[in-house]
Design a protein around this ligand. Structure first.
Ligand code: GCO
Length: 470
C-alpha cells in the first residue's frame, strides 16, 4: 500500500513530484559509468592493456571498428564530469576502476599515476557532495593476466584478491560501497561462450569455469576486505531479468526454466543458497566447473548489498530466435523491449526465492538514436523509459522488496562494447569530435525528480527500520 492512496489512482510516472513521493527519505539516487567505456587513455598514463584493448584490435568484432583509446576522455575531463553530476543534483556516482590502470600486468608493480587518478576522483566526488560507489571489475582484465590463462585459471582469483585489497586500502574508507564484479554472467557467457565480448572465446566448459572463478574471487575478496577492516559496504552486481517462454508450448517453458537457471539461479544460488542449481549442473554435464572443497562456503559469505542491473525481460524460445519486433512493445535502439513490469516481477520473485540483502538497482537505462538539434536533445523516449522503470521500483517497494537505491545508466554516451559508439545510453550527450557534453532532456528530468525528492513533503519517511544505510 502506498502512503498516499490517491497516487495509485493517477499513475503518471513522469511527473517528478508525484514519483519522488513514492520513495523514502534515505533512498539513494545515482548515475553510473564504467572505466573502459569512458576513460580513454593518454600517452604515458602507465595503463597496461586490458582484454578489451586486445579484443577491439581484432577485425570485425566492434560494429564501428572503434576502441577505447579516446572514449569520453574522462581521464582528463573528470573534474568537469563531476561538476556536471553535481550540477544535476545527483548525489551518488557509480564508477569502475580499471585494474590495468592501477596494476598494468594484473600482478606485481602498481602504477602510481593510476592510483593517483582514482584517489583524486574519489576526493573530487566527496568535495562535491557526491557519494562514491566503486566497482572493481567491469570486464577489463589486464591482458597480461589473460596471457596466463585469464579467468579460466584459478591463479587469477588470487590476483584479484590482491588487487581488491590494494583498492580497499586506497579507497575503502572514502567510498560508500565496493562491488567486486559487474555482471559475471556477461563475462562468462558473452566473453567465453558466445565470443561476442572480450576475450572472445567460444567454449562452454571454459565459460562455466570462468563463472565459478569470478564468484570465488568475489567471495574471497569480500572476506579479505572485511578482515582488513574496510568500512565500505561490500557486494556484487548481477544482470538479471525475468525469463518468459515465447509460447505456452512445453518446450519453450522448459527452455525458459533453463535460461532462468543459467542467468539468475546460477549466480543467486551460490551467493545466497550455498550451491549451484542442480538442473543447470545436470544440463551442463561434463562442462560443469571444477569446484574445490571450501569454494561454496567462500562464495556464500554474507553480502552487505546486492546490485541488480535491469534493462529488459528475456524471452525463451526452444527453436530459433525470438524477434522482439513481433512483440508489439516499444523497442529501444538496442532492439530491446521496453518492459518495466519485468523489473517489478524480477524483484518480487527474488524476494520470494531468496533472503535478500538490501538491493540497489545499479543500472537501468536505454539507448535511443538521439538527435542533437538546436543545441539540445529532446529524448522523450528515455524520460519515459526511466520514469516507468523508477515507478516499477516503487511498485516493488510497495510490495515489500527492500530496494534502497537506483542508478541510471549512463551519465554519458559512451563506448557500448561490441556496438562501439553507435548506441547512446547517456542522459548527457557526447559529441565525440569535440568531446562537448550536453545534458539531454532526460538529464533535466532526472534533476527535477531528485530536486522534488529532496524537497518533497508528505512522502514515505522510512519503510525499512533498524538497518544501517550505506
Ligand atoms: C552492463 C553494462 C554496461 C552496458 C549497459 C548497456 O553492466 O551491462 O554495465 O556496461 O553499457 O548494460 O548495454
Amino acid at each position: 500500500m502506498s502512503a498516499n492512496p490517491d497516487e495509485q489512482l493517477a499513475p503518471t510516472p513522469l511527473d517528478p513530484e508525484r514519483l519522488a513521493r513514492k520513495f523514502p527519505s534515505d533512498f539513494i539516487w545515482g548515475v553510473a559509468t564504467s572505466a573502459f567505456q569512458i576513460e580513454g587513455t593518454v600517452p604515458g598514463d602507465g595503463r597496461g592493456d586490458s582484454i578489451w584493448d586486445t579484443f577491439c584490435a581484432r577485425p570485425s568484432v566492434i560494429l564501428d571498428g572503434s576502441d577505447g583509446r579516446e572514449a569520453c576522455q574522462h581521464l582528463t575531463r573528470w573534474e568537469a564530469d563531476l561538476d556536471l553530476i553535481a550540477s544535476l543534483g545527483i548525489s551518488n556516482y557509480r564508477f569502475s576502476i580499471s585494474w590495468s590502470r592501477v596494476q598494468p600486468e594484473g600482478h606485481g608493480a602498481w602504477n602510481d599515476a593510476g592510483l593517483a587518478f582514482y584517489d583524486r576522483l574519489v576526493d573530487g566526488m566527496l568535495a562535491r557532495g557526491i557519494q562514491p560507489h566503486a566497482t572493481l571489475y567491469h570486464w577489463d582484465l589486464p591482458e597480461a593476466l589473460q596471457q596466463l590463462g585469464g579467468w579460466q585459471s584459478r591463479e587469477t582469483v588470487q590476483r584479484f584478491v590482491d588487487y581488491a585489497r590494494r583498492m580497499g586500502q586506497l579507497l575503502g574508507d572514502r567510498v560508500a560501497t565496493i562491488a567486486t564484479h559487474n555482471e559475471p554472467w556477461v563475462v562468462a557467457t558473452l566473453g567465453h561462450q558466445q565470443g561476442i565480448f572480450a576475450p572472445g572465446l567460444r567454449d562452454r566448459r571454459a565459460a562455466m569455469q570462468v563463472s565459478h572463478h569470478l564468484l570465488l574471487s568475489h567471495g574471497l575478496s569480500l572476506s579479505a576486505l572485511r578482515a582488513d577492516g574496510v568500512p565500505a559496504k561490500l557486494g556484487i552486481v548481477l544482470n538479471q531479468a525475468p525469463v518468459h517462454p515465447a509460447t505456452a508450448l512445453v518446450e519453450d517453458r522448459v527452455k525458459a526454466q533453463l535460461d532462468d537457471g543459467e542467468l539468475v539461479r546460477w549466480y543467486m544460488d551460490p551467493l545466497l543458497k550455498g550451491g549451484y542449481p542442480q538442473d543447470v549442473l545436470d544440463h551442463l554435464g561434463a562442462d560443469a566447473p571444477d569446484v574445490q572443497s571450501g569454494d561454496l562456503e567462500a562464495i556464500g559469505v554474507p553480502l552487505d548489498f546486492l546490485g541488480i542491473n535491469y534493462y529488459t525481460r528475456n524471452i525463451a524460445i526452444a527453436d530459433g530466435t525470438y524477434d522482439t519486433r513481433t512483440s508489439g512493445l516499444e523497442l529501444t535502439d538496442m532492439g530491446w523491449e521496453v518492459y518495466p513490469a519485468g523489473l517489478t516481477e524480477l524483484l518480487m520473485r527474488l524476494q520470494r526465492d531468496y533472503r535478500l540483502p538490501p538491493v540497489y538497482i545499479t543500472e537501468n537505462g536505454a539507448a535511443y538514436a538521439d538527435r542533437f538539434e538546436g543545441g539540445a536533445v529532446q529524448d522523450a523516449a528515455r524520460v519515459g523509459y526511466l520514469g516507468s522503470h523508477i515507478q516499477a521500483v516503487a511498485t516493488a517497494r510497495d510490495a515489500g522488496v527492500d530496494v534502497c537505491g537506483y542508478f541510471a545508466w549512463s551519465l554519458l554516451d559512451n563506448f557500448e562494447w561490441a556496438h562501439g559508439y553507435t548506441k547512446r545510453f547517456g542522459i548527457v550527450h557526447v559529441d565525440y569530435a569535440t568531446q562537448a557534453r550536453t545534458p539531454k532532456a532526460s538529464a533535466f528530468w532526472y534533476r527535477d525528480l531528485l530536486k522534488a525528492f529532496r524537497e518533497r513533503k508528505g512522502g514515505i519517511v522510512r519503510r525499512v527500520q533498524n538497518r544501517e544505510q550505506p
